[in-house]
Every structure is written in structure tokens, then in C-alpha cells.
Design a protein around this ligand. Structure first.
Ligand code: 4AD
Ligand code: MG
Length: 431
């Protein structure tokens, strides 16, 4: 089969012969004429049958069956119709059960949970295809940027002996009779690779957290993009890379993914660099002015973070910004302190939501050991990691960015689950 995609039909010469394969999205048999809308990865195209034999063969066709069509390109009689295909040959390649478990016409809204139960059917739409094509493109552009800038892609273990991001969200498992965990982030390994001399590394891979809360932005399994570089001056070097990379990705999307963005009705504004940097303290002040009181040292909750996003957008006319100089008390043990109470940690925010956390790390062995203890953790659990710092580790820093959250916020999706093919949350282990 010399298969064309539906999108190609609009560019094809009228009169040319084409072959298509896809799913029967809409079927209308009207006596002397019949229409089938064929859906494939690249869109939909109308097939028209006007001879009796073909019309008859369409009578038992069920919605969502896989079909093969051969025919001639012609112009639709409808004004807005574009090109369509005059059927000459038609075959059912795989018949779908007539009782579809969810509405596929887009006319009746189905709740998210039911849609996710039938995710394979739910994904059969131009909008869903657009989300995952854009997600793929974003990953590609991130890699393009990093490879151009001489970063090395790594793959680190996902079965680990200790947690990096706090005990509360660890998934534990039995590892040949020993206790092991699913990796919460690539944090410790990426730092160890800098000590190994690799200088600039990154990974885009799975991370696991036993988040107990049900939110629109947390999953039990997500894709983390981790990044780490050595020989830096301070955390500002890292923020500069995030800015450049984020702008690079958005510009690429605008240049190469117009069709998918239009399918989702998205007009992507590329934020200006540098992104504003707001310290944790001044963020608290901004919120206090609006009557939102957060105690110094406490984390900024989801609702207040959204509010802060609105305030910053009003003030700086941008959706992209950093919150800097967080208190050490609410950041992990590996971050470098800045004075007694603060740290060189920042969050990268977009749309009032945290997309990434990062900062400069503590690379002094004694200080790092004491920070582990300060957080109430056991130095023994981090022995291999900690030992690295005894034998020559340069100043370094990096960030971890949630790919799913980035997709959600760039594409204005309500729920992180829409950005993931088969999401995992406390209620969901299948499909
Ligand atoms: O803020 P987090 O926990 O930071 C780290 O993992 C550090 N190791 C990063 C660093 O280099 N300092 O996670 C980083 C990002 C978050 O900003 C968020 O986008 C995403 O990972 N993330 C989640 N996404 C979906 N579901 C979850 N449960 C997530 N937890 C974190
Ligand atoms: Mg964070």
C-alpha cells in the first residue's frame, strides 16, 4: 500500500489516485450516496461513495473500524470542504464492536476518569494527537538545545537504595530480600557524574513519587528532565540556561508545529529574556499586600502560588519568572546554603505553576554531611553519594523540570493527566 495521510489529500492534485488507511470516524449512508470520514494520525478526510456496490458495502460498517480506501482526489462541493476522495475501492481491515464504551463524536462530554479507563479510544482524536505530537516535539527541541550546547545525555538507575527528595513520597519494593526504592529524581546520580568529570549532563526519564494528594499537577509517575553542570559561579548560571532553553523550545514550536498548535487553539507568546527574578521574601511581601499572609520559612501553597503568578504577570507582563533564595528549611539537603537561613535554590514558574526546581549544590564534604544530619537523615544511607565529595568535586548546580507539567502549562491543559498517555495516580494503576 502506498499510504497517504489525510493531510496530504488537501495538497494532492485533483484527479490523482490515492490510498488511505485509518479509522471510520463518521458514517453516513443516504441511499444514492454515502460518506465516511476517515481519521488518521494527521487529521480527517471525507470519503464519498456514489456507486451502488460500494454504498452497499458501507451499510454494515461500524464506527471506529479500521478501513482501507482507494480513490481519486476531487474538490468538495461544499464551500469550506477542501479536497475529498471519491471512493473506488473500500475494505474493512479490522471491525470495531458496535457498542463503543465512550462517546467518540465529541458531542457528549465524558468525564476524565471514564475516558482514561478507555484511553486508547480516548486518544483517537486530532486534539489528543496534537498534544502528544507537541510533547514529542518539546522533548526533541530540549535535546537539540542541549546537544548543541555540549551536554551529555545520561541514563541513571531507577531502582535505588535511598531517596533524594524526602522520605514521605518514597515507593519501596523488595530487591532480592533487601529494601529498595523507586527513584524520586536523578539528583544524586547527576551530581556524582559531575564528580566523575562529565561536566555537563542531562536525563529525560521517569521519576516516581508516592504523592498522596489528588491534584491537577501531581502524578505518582512522571517524566523528569534533569540537568546538572559543573564549574559554575552560582545559581544564576543555571537560571540563564533555563531561560535560553525555554525560549528556544517555544520559538521552535511556533516555527515547526503550527498545525498542532492551531488544532488546540493555542497562540504561543514567547516570553522576553531575562525572566524576572523575585526572591522568596519579596514574593511573600507581594502576597501580603493582597492580604495573603505566609509565615516566613513556610512554603507557598498551590493557591497562593497561582495568585503570585497573577501578581507577577500584572507587574512584569510575563508568565515566566523565577522565585529565588528559598529558605533552606523547605529545600532538600543537597542545596547550598546562602547565609544561615536562606539557600541558593530557585523555582522556575510558568503560568503560576512550578515547572522546575534548581539551584547550586553544596559540594563541600563536611558541610554536605552536616546538612544531611540537619534534615534528620541518616548519613549511612547516603554513603556512596557522600564519599564522592571526598575526592574532588567542582562547584556545580542544576535543575529538575517536570516534562508533564511543562506540557500541561504550555498547552493550557486543565489537568496534568491530559499530558500523559497512561497516567498513574493513587487511584489508577491501569490501563
Ligand atoms: O521540585 P522537585 O521535587 O525537585 C527535584 O526533584 C530536584 N532534584 C530538582 C533539582 O535539580 N534541584 O521536582 C522537580 C520538578 C517539579 O518542579 C515538577 O515540575 C516535577 O518535577 N514534579 C512532578 N511532576 C508531576 N508529578 C509529581 N508528583 C511531581 N513531583 C515533581
Ligand atoms: Mg520543587
Amino acid at each position: 500500500m502506498n499510504r497517504s495521510y489525510s493531510k496530504d489529500i488537501q495538497k494532492a492534485k485533483v484527479g490523482s489516485a490515492v490510498e488511505l488507511a485509518g479509522w471510520a470516524a463518521v458514517i453516513k449512508v443516504l441511499g444514492k450516496i454515502a460518506f465516511v470520514k476517515l481519521r488518521d494520525r494527521e487529521g480527517e478526510v471525507q470519503l464519498v461513495a456514489s456507486n451502488k456496490k460500494l454504498i452497499n458495502s458501507l451499510k454494515d460498517l461500524t464506527h471506529e473500524s479500521v478501513i482501507y480506501a482507494k480513490g481519486k482526489v476531487r474538490q468538495s462541493k461544499l464551500k469550506s470542504g477542501g479536497n475529498e476522495v471519491e471512493l473506488q475501492k473500500f475494505e474493512v481491515l479490522s471491525k470495531a464492536d458496535a457498542n463503543l464504551p465512550i462517546d467518540m463524536s465529541g458531542k457528549i462530554p465524558t468525564d476524565l476518569s471514564k475516558r482514561l479507563n478507555w484511553r486508547v479510544l480516548d486518544l483517537r482524536s486530532s486534539k489528543k494527537y496534537a498534544i502528544f505530537k507537541l510533547r514529542s516535539a518539546m522533548n526533541y527541541y530540549i535535546r537539540e538545545y542541549l546537544q548543541q550546547n555540549n551536554f551529555i545525555e545520561m541514563q541513571t538507575p531507577k531502582i535505588v537504595g535511598s531517596g533524594a527528595e524526602g522520605g514521605a513520597t518514597l515507593f519501596s519494593l523488595d530487591y532480592y530480600g533487601k529494601k529498595a526504592y523507586l527513584s524520586q529524581s536523578q539528583q544524586l546520580y547527576k551530581q556524582m557524574l559531575l564528580a566523575a568529570g562529565l561536566d555537563k549532563v542531562y536525563e529525560i526519564g521517569p521519576a516516581f513519587r508516592a504523592e498522596k494528594s489528588h491534584t491537577m499537577r501531581h502524578l505518582a509517575e512522571f517524566t523528569q528532565f534533569d540537568f546538572e553542570m559543573a564549574f559554575l559561579k552560582d545559581e544564576n548560571n543555571i537560571m540563564k540556561i533555563i531561560e535560553d532553553m525555554f525560549v528556544f523550545v517555544l520559538k521552535k514550536l511556533n516555527a515547526h508545529n503550527k498545525y498542532e498548535l492551531e488544532t488546540l487553539g493555542i497562540n504561543l507568546n514567547v516570553p522576553k529574556v531575562p525572566f524576572p527574578k523575585v526572591t522568596y521574601e519579596s514574593a511573600l511581601k507581594l502576597l501580603a499586600k493582597e492580604g495573603i499572609k505566609i509565615k516566613k520559612g513556610d512554603d507557598i501553597g498551590t493557591e497562593d502560588e497561582k495568585k503570585l503568578g497573577d501578581l507577577i504577570e500584572k507587574k512584569y507582563k510575563t508568565k515566566a519568572y523565577f522565585i529565588t533564595k528559598f529558605p533552606f528549611g523547605i529545600k532538600p539537603f543537597y542545596i547550598m546554603k546562602d547565609g544561615k537561613t536562606y539557600s541558593k535554590a530557585f523555582d522556575f514558574e510558568y503560568n503560576g505553576e512550578e515547572l522546575a526546581s534548581g539551584g547550586q549544590r553544596e559540594h563541600n564534604y563536611e558541610k554536605l554531611a552536616s546538612q544531611i544530619k540537619e534534615k534528620g537523615l541518616n548519613v549511612k544511607d547516603f554513603e556512596d553519594y557522600l564519599n564522592t565529595f571526598k575526592f574532588g568535586t567542582p562547584a556545580h548546580g542544576g535543575f529538575g523540570l517536570g516534562i508533564d507539567r511543562m506540557v500541561k502549562n504550555i498547552l493550557n491543559l486543565d489537568n496534568i493527566r491530559e499530558a500523559v498517555l497512561f497516567p498513574r495516580d493513587p487511584e489508577r494503576l491501569s490501563p
